[in-house]
Write a protein that binds this ligand. Structure first.
Ligand SMILES: C[S@@+](CC[C@H](N)C(=O)[O-])C[C@H]1O[C@@H](n2cnc3c(N)ncnc32)[C@H](O)[C@@H]1O
Length: 366
């Protein structure tokens, strides 16, 4: 009797393990089966060289040979005022920009090289846009101290004492995001104005710019929604929030509220507040570096902050076909974003892609 009971327990355990294994294996299929029939998921082509998510690290923001060479010339031009060095840097960027580092900082660094070579009246034109001027001021104050520090850190032209510490890593990460995302030439590679068009913003709207960084979209949203609208500029990095707040008070952009999130497990906006939650180049971070329970809290807080008919827009970096220059940094297959967000109660309404390297997904609450 005892023996029979033992056997049946083992048998039961085996059956349970097998069931668990089967459910784990089939779960993607089960998830698929529950998806609305109207949407067809584009099959992701997978080969051993293609990962569906690539997060990377600071070093994975390609430091190419040409980039180092150009960086040295630009640094020298900033140090000495030597125009030949600025010219040499710009020439290298002309050569490498179409071939390396899509969406990376080379266009911004070349913008500085061209500024150094410009006449006084051309310089005025280059800085005519107030946000370009603020970008310039940040890098140029104290004889280009921030720009020189960035080039030295990024291209390893000098050892910094804090280089390997959290403080040093945070500093380079802040500077890198600043130059990448407030790049005056971002429109060229991202086609930002097309993204703005499909967002169809109206005066009076309320927007959460989640992971606002140095404010590239926050400022555009502020202008689009006007004095009766509201933009929440939300970020986990104090230096970004401080910069956006400084620029906003200088230009009296009174419709921006600043949300600094020291602990990133909710978006820091109250319930039923926004018509649009916008997340550009952040979802891949939430997806990859946070625990599932944190993702749940974060996305649920986002869902709560959205008004019933509100839209959640995810803009992120796509996998590209072989032969197309990929985005220089992290990417995430849009199919992963869509299926995860469906699990969190969102429904994909529309999608756009103006360049192969970046997609725009528009969700509503299911
Ligand atoms: C790649 S940058 C993009 C900046 C901006 N969205 C843009 O496209 O110009 C991502 C930003 O998200 C911020 N961030 C990272 N984790 C976050 C989180 N959990 N909540 C809010 N912001 C976050 C980073 O500090 C950084 O400024």
């Amino acid at each position: 009797m005892i023996k029979r009971l033992k056997i049946s327990r083992e048998f039961l355990l085996t059956i349970l393990s097998l069931t668990f294994l089967l459910v784990s294996l089939l779960s993607p299929i089960i998830i698929h089966a529950q998806e609305p029939k109207s949407r067809t998921i584009k099959e992701i082509k997978i080969n051993s060289k293609t990962s569906l998510v690539h997060l990377g690290s600071i070093d994975s923001f390609d430091i190419t040979e040409g980039g180092v060479e150009a960086g040295k010339f630009l640094f020298n031009a900033l140090e000495t005022g030597n125009n030949d060095s600025a010219q040499a840097a710009s020439k290298i960027y002309d050569r490498i920009i179409p071939l390396e580092n899509y969406g990376g900082e080379y266009t911004a660094l070349q913008w500085f090289a061209k500024y150094l070579l410009a006449s006084n009246s051309e310089k005025e034109k280059i800085l005519a846009d107030k946000y370009h001027r603020e970008f310039f001021n940040f890098w140029a104050e104290n004889n280009f101290a921030n720009l020189k520090e960035y080039i030295q850190r990024k291209y390893k032209l000098k050892e910094f004492e804090d280089g390997k510490t959290f403080k040093g890593q945070s500093r380079i990460s802040f500077l890198e995001d600043f130059i990448l995302f407030n790049n005056p030439r971002r429109e060229e590679w991202e086609k930002t104005s097309k993204i703005m068009q499909v967002l169809n913003l109206k005066p009076g709207m309320r927007i959460a710019d989640i992971g606002s960084g140095p404010g590239y979209y926050t400022f555009k949203f502020s202008e689009a929604v006007g004095p009766n609208g509201k933009v929440f500029g939300i970020d986990t990095v104090k230096d970004h929030v401080n910069f956006v707040s400084k620029v906003a008070s200088k230009y009296k952009l009174n419709n921006i509220d600043f949300v600094y999130l020291p602990k990133a497990d909710n978006i820091g906006v109250a319930e039923n507040q926004v018509d649009l939650a916008y997340m550009c180049s952040l979802y891949h971070i939430i997806y990859t570096v946070t625990l599932q329970e944190v993702q749940e809290r974060y996305l649920n807080s986002l869902k709560k902050a959205l008004k019933p008919d509100g839209r959640f827009v995810v803009v992120d970096n796509a996998l590209v076909e072989k032969g197309t220059l990929p985005y220089h940094g992290p990417y995430i297959a849009k199919e992963l974003v869509i299926s995860q967000l469906e699990q969190y109660g969102f429904r994909l309404e529309k999608e756009y892609q103006f360049i192969p390297q970046r997609y725009i997904l528009i969700f509503k609450k299911a």
